[in-house]
Every structure is written in structure tokens, then in C-alpha cells.
Design a binder for this molecule. Structure first.
Ligand SMILES: Cc1ncc(COP(=O)(O)O)c(C=O)c1O
Length: 384
């Protein structure tokens, strides 16, 4: 049987990994500044994470949500404490799209409304509502098309006010990434998030903070949305939550009350996924990885800003992007194949850096050396 060929692949086979490095089958080492698409939060194959999963596996990997699963409560308590949202409620699922799907659905159950406000360049996933709220028509199938999603320009306060003034009674939710990832590392303005909060309060709409990519400490705060100093009603989480183990969830404000059968999933919250997620939080706390993302991310950003060829260096913590001039459009490939460094990209010419939150200053310097050499080579000025 053939694989369904939907991914444009780099011809590299990674067979092992440790911290911020991965190795291919020929033993070649790569520095991972991409974190397997922002997924690696505590570092590849962290020993505590491996041990916790192994120990859990020997006891029980899965039993359904028809019985009491104490490790879910343990995870909820730890997550509440580290995120500072102790009074929120946790619903566990399996992927970022599923988290957003549940958030949008829950908002609609809550206020009985249908309209969703989303923003230009957003990415919320590929399932039905999540993809309908994603600003990329090429991945929206005809069956996903709906009039219920209104797209507004990102950070445009006047457009948001006008939309609420006109359709406020119909708006169920506003969904926004604190830092747009797939869209190219675009930061939501603090005043924009504050305005979303106040308009949602005024009109009975639900503020959904898509934290699938920018959350879980990556920005230097637990949620990138926290920089605005206001709470969302629902936070969606996935990528960094399991450090590569598939686990996702939503944090739900106390005012949204559960009802049996309202949401559900077979695999969500299974014992093994919870063990992986707990291991991530334990390491984040023990190794102070949010602080590390803040400090080392700040250092990396400062150094990148000093490289004149890189335009519009932006981001927070270890979620950083910059624009490339036309002459450097092959930088990502050059870094990967000639300098053995993984980075991410966004179309047309943006490099995205989404490394493990445990990335060290030494590894940052290693990256910067490769980056400047790659730039020189692309400009036809090899280092002496
Ligand atoms: C902000 C954001 N939301 C949702 C998703 C979808 O997550 P998943 O691929 O786990 O369904 C992504 C994935 O890149 C994302 O970046």
C-alpha cells in the first residue's frame, strides 16, 4: 500500500533525538530550531518524560472515559497552577484542531449563537469548524464552507468594533492566536486582545485564545495571550503539551458550565497521554523552561536584529520570525542541507524559529554561526 502523498518531504530520515539535536540514519547530527513544528517543548527524549511514559505503560496505557482516571485530575491541578488559571476546567482531547473544534462548539452551546469572528492569516486546524475559521481557502473543502465565519483584518480595532456594532447579538465567539504561527509570526497587539475581551463581555460572546502553537510557555509566559493582562474564556492547547506525545486540551472559564454528553472523545485524556503531559509540566517547572524561553529567546532575538540582511525580526520568547530578501530565499534549504539546521518557514519568505524551550545559549550561538555563514554563502561572499 502507498502512503497518501500529502506532505512535501525533505529527503531526510531522522532516527534518534536528544534535547535540541536529532540524527539521521547516516549518523549526521542536526540542530533542531524547528522543534518538529513547535511540538518539542522540553527537549527530545527527555529522560524524565521517557521514564514517566515507560512507567505508565507498564501499569495501564488506556481505559475509556467511562471510569475515574485520577491522573487526569493530577494533570488538571498541575496545569492550573503553572498556567495561573486554577479556577478553569480542563477538557482533554488529542490534537490542536480537535481542541479548537471543541472550543468553537462549546462557545456555541454556551450562548446559543452561530457566528464566529476569525482573522486574516489565521490557522486553527483542518477539521470542519477549525478549518472554516482558518484563512486559507485551499484547505477548505466545499463541505466545510459556511457563512458562520466572519474574517476581519488582524489587529484592526475599528473593524472589530464595527463588526460587533452591527452583528453583536449574533456573535458566538472570537478566536485568535496570541502570535500567529502558520501566518508568519504576527503578534496580536495587547490593546487588540483587551478590546476583544471587553467587546465579548459587552455582547455575551466567548473569547477563544488559540494557544496551540504560541502557548505552553513558548512565548516566555504560559500563554502568549497573557501579555495583554486579560483572561480569555477558553484556551486551546496542543503542540508543546506532550513534547511529541499526542495530547491536547482546552481550559474553560468557570462561567461555562458542563453538561454530561456535551463534549467527548474516545482517546482524549487516556492514562498514557496524561503521564506524558504531566512529565512535560514537571520538567518545565523543575528546569524553569518558561524563564529560559524568555531569557534565551530575548538573547536570540537581539542577535538576529543585529544581522542586517534579516528584516522585521519579531516574536516573543522562543517563537521568532523574520523576513528574507529575495536573494536569501533559499536560506531554509541551505541551513538544512549544508549546515544541518532545521528551521520552519511561512510563505512567502519568512523563517520561523520554534525550538525546544530548553535551547541553550551555546546552541543559539551555534545556530547564529551557521546562519551568518549560510547568508554569506548565499550572497556569494564565503567567509575567509
Ligand atoms: C495555531 C494553531 N492552531 C491549531 C493548529 C492545528 O493543530 P493540529 O495540527 O494538532 O490539529 C495548529 C497547527 O499548526 C496551529 O498552529
Amino acid at each position: 500500500m502507498k502512503l497518501f502523498d500529502v506532505y512535501p518531504l525533505n529527503n531526510i530520515t531522522i532516527i534518534s533525538a536528544k534535547g535540541s539535536y536529532v540524527w539521521d540514519q547516516g549518523g549526521v547530527q542536526y540542530l533542531d530550531m524547528y522543534g518538529g513544528h513547535a511540538v518539542i517543548s522540553i527537549g527530545h527524549t527527555h529522560p524524565h518524560w521517557v521514564k514517566r511514559i515507560e512507567d505508565q505503560l507498564e501499569k495501564i496505557a488506556f481505559y475509556s472515559n467511562s471510569v475515574v482516571i485520577p491522573i487526569q485530575k493530577e494533570l488538571a491541578d498541575k496545569l492550573g497552577r503553572l498556567s495561573g488559571k486554577e479556577d478553569y476546567q480542563l477538557f482533554l482531547c488529542n490534537s490542536g484542531a480537535e481542541a479548537n473544534e471543541n472550543a468553537l462548539k462549546l462557545a456555541s452551546f454556551y450562548n446559543g449563537r452561530k457566528k464566529i469572528i476569525a482573522f486574516r492569516k489565521s490557522f486553527h486546524g483542518r477539521t470542519s469548524l477549525a478549518v472554516a475559521a482558518t484563512d486559507n481557502p485551499s484547505i477548505v473543502a466545499p463541505v466545510n464552507e459556511t457563512d458562520n465565519v466572519i474574517f476581519l483584518p488582524f489587529n484592526d480595532e475599528e473593524a472589530l468594533k464595527a463588526c460587533f456594532a452591527e452583528q453583536g447579538k449574533e456573535i458566538s465567539s472570537v478566536i485568535i492566536e496570541g502570535i500567529q504561527g502558520v501566518g508568519g509570526i504576527n503578534l496580536a497587539n495587547e490593546s487588540f486582545l483587551q478590546l476583544i475581551r471587553s467587546l465579548c463581555d459587552e455582547h455575551g460572546a466567548v473569547y477563544i485564545a488559540d494557544s496551540v502553537q504560541c502557548g505552553y510557555g513558548r512565548s516566555g509566559k504560559f500563554f502568549a495571550h497573557d501579555f495583554a493582562g486579560v483572561n480569555a474564556d477558553i484556551y486551546t492547547m496542543a503542540k508543546g503539551m506532550g513534547n511529541g506525545f499526542p495530547v491536547a486540551g482546552i481550559l474553560i472559564a468557570p462561567k461555562i458550565q458542563p453538561k454530561h454528553g456535551m463534549l467527548g472523545t474516545t482517546f482524549g485524556g487516556n492514562q498514557l497521554a496524561c503521564a506524558a503531559a504531566l512529565a512535560v509540566l514537571e520538567v518545565m517547572e523543575e528546569e524553569q523552561l518558561i524563564e529560559n524561553a524568555n531569557t534565551n529567546g530575548g538573547y536570540l532575538m537581539e542577535q538576529l536584529k543585529a544581522i542586517p540582511e534579516l528584516k522585521n525580526v519579531r516574536g516573543r520568547g522562543l517563537m521568532i520570525g523574520f523576513d528574507l530578501p529575495e536573494e536569501l530565499k533559499d536560506l531554509k534549504k541551505k541551513l538544512l542541507f549544508d549546515f544541518k539546521v532545521f528551521t520552519g518557514e511561512a510563505k512567502p519568505n519568512v523563517i520561523r524559529l520554534l525550538p525546544s524551550l530548553a535551547l541553550s545559549k551555546k546552541q543559539i550561538d551555534e545556530f547564529l554561526t551557521s546562519l551568518t555563514e549560510a547568508i554569506d554563502e548565499l550572497k556569494g561572499q564565503p567567509n575567509a
